[in-house]
Design a protein around this ligand. Structure first.
Ligand code: MG
Length: 111
């Protein structure tokens, strides 16, 4: 599959890219890694631009797994975004993830 991940509110907590200490949404980052390990083609895009998307991916340790692209209509098989509006028209299927800070008991991966 070709999969597009949004940055703000999806790979990181909403608004946390602006202070150079983006707070990862661990479950979504792990999902990205698992899809990449499975041979899927992963793209990352931010409405804030390619530089922001690339910088966040470096911090998250996933820069080598993804292509940085503009957020524009394409035929991705799956778009993962915290905004239904932001993800509209970018691909065939949209998976909307929850926005906002998650509690540690919710976001912690299985031991
Ligand atoms: Mg977003």
């Amino acid at each position: 599959m070709r999969v597009l991940f949004d940055v703000d509110g999806t790979l990181i907590e909403s608004g946390s890219a602006s202070d150079n200490h983006p707070l990862p949404k661990t479950a979504i980052v792990e999902l990205l890694k698992a899809l990449a390990a499975g041979g899927h083609r992963i793209a990352v895009a931010s409405s804030a631009g390619r530089e922001v998307a690339a910088a966040v991916c470096v911090v998250l340790g996933i820069r080598g797994l993804v292509r940085i692209v503009d957020k524009e209509p394409d035929n991705y098989d799956l778009v993962i975004d915290d905004s239904a509006e932001g993800g509209q028209g970018l691909g065939r299927q949209l998976l909307q993830v929850r926005s906002g800070m998650l509690g540690a008991e919710v976001d912690d991966p299985w031991p």
